[in-house]
Design a binder for this molecule. Structure first.
Ligand code: ZN
Ligand code: ZN
Length: 135
């Protein structure tokens, strides 16, 4: 069941259950329309997915299934979100190709795998390597 969060995560505007201004992403990150569309340009700053209008829960169900009362207020660093928006705003979410395909490695992949191994090793053990320049 949708959480119906009570406010915009970025600007703290109240978004009651019958608000037509509430926009949500697939993870229910909840923003007001102004933040979601004008500021983030329809790219969720948390998951990079798109937003849709949050459906209104019919009033007859609100008593039994009320809105969440837990406010989430995490204003975004607009410089960082702008970069994220630029990267994803022209990609239709259903055509996002960043999903990884799993397949059996071939000999031609060896160069990438060894490079990845070096990067992973440097990241996990980098602090133990004294002269980082040689790696
Ligand atoms: Zn907002
Ligand atoms: Zn999201």
């Amino acid at each position: 069941m949708l959480e119906l969060r009570p406010s915009c995560e970025h600007c703290n505007t109240n978004l009651p259950s019958n608000s037509t201004e509430a926009m949500i992403c697939t993870f229910e990150c909840t923003y007001c329309r102004t933040c979601a569309i004008e500021i983030f340009e329809n790219v969720c700053p948390n998951c990079s997915g798109n937003f849709v209008e949050r459906p209104i829960r019919p009033s007859k169900y609100i008593e039994k299934y009320p809105s969440s009362t837990k406010k989430i207020f995490k204003p975004k660093d607009l410089e960082i979100t702008k970069k994220n928006t630029e990267k994803y705003k022209d990609i239709q979410p259903e055509k996002d190709k960043t999903m990884i395909t799993i397949r059996i490695a071939t000999e031609a992949d060896a160069v990438y795998i060894s490079l990845l191994g070096r990067i992973t090793y440097t990241e996990s053990h980098g602090e133990y390597i004294e002269d980082k320049k040689t790696y």
